[in-house]
Ligand binder design. Structure first.
Ligand code: FRU
Length: 516
């Protein structure tokens, strides 16, 4: 009998009980200032199993969530309400609403209905602010006689006053774009086919206009970004999200180059979705923080999986090569309203010597460990001191109260890579799951170059019980990874050391533990 595990995250959305995967129907209610998140859900199973329905949670701050129960259920136990999106039909283009429903509450869901023999797109509308939905009597609204046709993401395209849908024909590696005036009758207007990494299937496409910001953070112009999730086929194994930067005219997406880019270098960031109708049209998105390779086996109960934190996105010219004009997404985590609990640290200009580590106990005098903390480390790396060292590493150990379990986060100076070693965690799980253990790494570039040999990097981490989100150089590179310690063993100590004398200097270090 599985016992309930207490390592459920505090500020990452999880169901209280049961299985969760993709974010669905993410939107913001501007009338009541509430964030709504739906998700692929089966409350009666801890592995993916039909009937899949849309679970529902709401939040005031994107950090703490209140579960609201099933919003859209399947009529049939062999079939499921698969991934889809929500829009606000303010002007009642669909005709689903009468004047008793306020404009901001005209909530329409567009999703895939999956049966053993078909995948079609359906529409449903809510008359109670998003708690429950009525299925449109004319469903399906799109049927191309396919079993691999899913995950409609709809948004309003202002210039032509049209609804636009991106939807995946998964096994043909194609994103179909449709237009509609009323959310019911849809016309195919273009296809984006076989770009980037194909993997086994394309899933959960999303298209959004993203502002380009420069170093002074002022918005000049914008580009469109098309996100395509791929599973399996990720370079580091399993599931991942790639994106393309380009232009969109309401019908067709044209990439500026065929180069694909990686949204998050970790193993646990999939089925990314953009939030519709954000307070001031800022670009915010969330992902499922797991991987189809091992999601059914991770040691949590009676719930499985969480979302990532919400992130804000902008575009910036990559500084790898100033001439290349490559636009890159910058990710900024959103987490608010947390109370500091324990000892927090802030120190500057410390040299790191071998055989002496800096140790920071976050739990403080009260000895209370919440398992929720963040840290930010800006350091310089002096390559002239590397000498013949095979490993020129700065090591950050994140240790449990029971120190036999820890994460090792390293910066390898020779390789200019940040790697995460999560193999010293819950051994029972790690040993059974070779796909889970081992190192996850990300190649990075300096945030700043001070001289030919001295470069500056910045690493920010947020740990929430069993998930670590890493933001490097203020969100230029991101890596999201889950990890599993024995039940109730939370991280309370950050330990920083090096293997090469006088190579690394901590310019600035901050850390704090929180409670919700
Ligand atoms: C992606 C996905 C979607 C599908 C859903 C089913 O993780 O496979 O393509 O709609 O999950 O739960």
């Amino acid at each position: 009998i599985a016992t309930a595990s207490s390592n459920r995250p505090l500020i990452h959305l999880t169901p209280e009980k049961g299985w969760m995967n993709d974010p669905n129907g993410l939107f913001y209610d501007r009338a009541d200032d509430v964030w709504h998140a739906y998700y692929q859900f089966n409350p009666n199973s801890t592995v993916w199993a039909e009937p899949i329905s849309w679970g529902h949670s709401i939040s005031k701050d994107l950090s703490t969530w209140e579960e609201k129960g099933i919003a859209i259920a399947s009529n049939d136990t062999n079939s499921g309400i698969y991934t889809g999106s929500v829009v606000i039909d303010r002007n009642n283009t669909s005709g689903f609403f009468n004047s008793s429903i306020a404009n901001e509450k005209r909530i329409v869901a567009i999703y895939t209905y999956n049966t053993p023999t078909s995948e079609t797109q359906e529409v449903a509308y809510s008359l109670d602010g998003g708690l429950t939905f009525k299925k449109y009597s004319g469903n399906p609204v799109i049927n191309i006689n396919s079993t691999q046709f899913r995950d409609p993401k709809v948004f309003w395209y202002q210039p032509s006053q049209t609804w636009v849908m991106a939807v995946a024909q998964s096994q043909k590696y194609s994103v179909h774009f449709y237009n509609s005036k009323d959310l019911k009758k849809w016309t195919l207007v273009s296809e984006f086919k076989q770009h980037g990494i194909l993997g086994y299937q394309y899933e959960t496409p999303n298209l959004v206009q993203v502002p380009i910001v420069d170093s002074t953070n002022s918005t000049k112009t914008s580009k469109w970004v098309l996100f395509v999730s791929v599973n399996p086929g990720a370079l580091i194994g399993g599931s991942f999200v790639q994106y393309f930067v380009g232009d969109f005219d309401g019908k067709q997406f044209t990439p500026v180059s065929n180069a694909t880019q990686i949204l998050d270098y970790g193993k646990d960031y999939y089925a990314f979705q953009i939030v519709d109708n954000t307070p001031s049209d800022e670009v915010i998105g969330m992902a499922w923080a797991s991987n189809w390779q091992y999601c059914a086996n991770v040691p949590t109960s009676p719930w499985r999986s969480s979302f990532s934190l919400a992130r804000n996105f902008t575009l910036q010219y990559a500084n790898t090569n100033p001439e290349s004009e490559v636009l890159q997404l910058i990710s900024t985590p959103i987490y608010n309203g947390l109370a500091k609990n324990g000892t927090s640290y802030h120190l500057q200009n410390q040299s790191l010597e071998t055989n002496s580590s800096l140790t920071f106990d976050l739990s403080g005098a009260s000895n209370f460990t919440t398992g929720l903390f963040d840290f930010e480390l800006t350091f310089s790396s002096n390559s002239s001191a590397f000498g013949n060292a095979d490993f020129a590493a700065l090591d950050i150990y994140l240790k449990g109260v029971n120190t036999t379990e820890y994460l090792r986060l390293g910066f390898e100076g020779n390789a200019k890579a940040v790697y995460l070693d999560r193999s010293h965690t819950n051994v029972n799980f790690v040993e059974r799951n070779p796909l889970f253990s081992g190192q996850v790494s990300v190649d990075i570039v300096p945030a700043e170059t001070l001289s030919e040999t001295v470069s500056v990097y910045k690493i920010q981490g947020i740990v929430d019980r069993n998930i670590l989100e890493l933001y490097i150089n203020d969100g230029q590179f991101v890596s999201t990874n889950t990890f599993f310690f024995s039940d109730g063993n939370y991280i309370n100590t950050i330990d920083i050391s090096t293997e090469v004398n006088k190579t690394f200097k901590l310019i600035d270090f901050q850390a704090a533990q929180y409670s919700t």
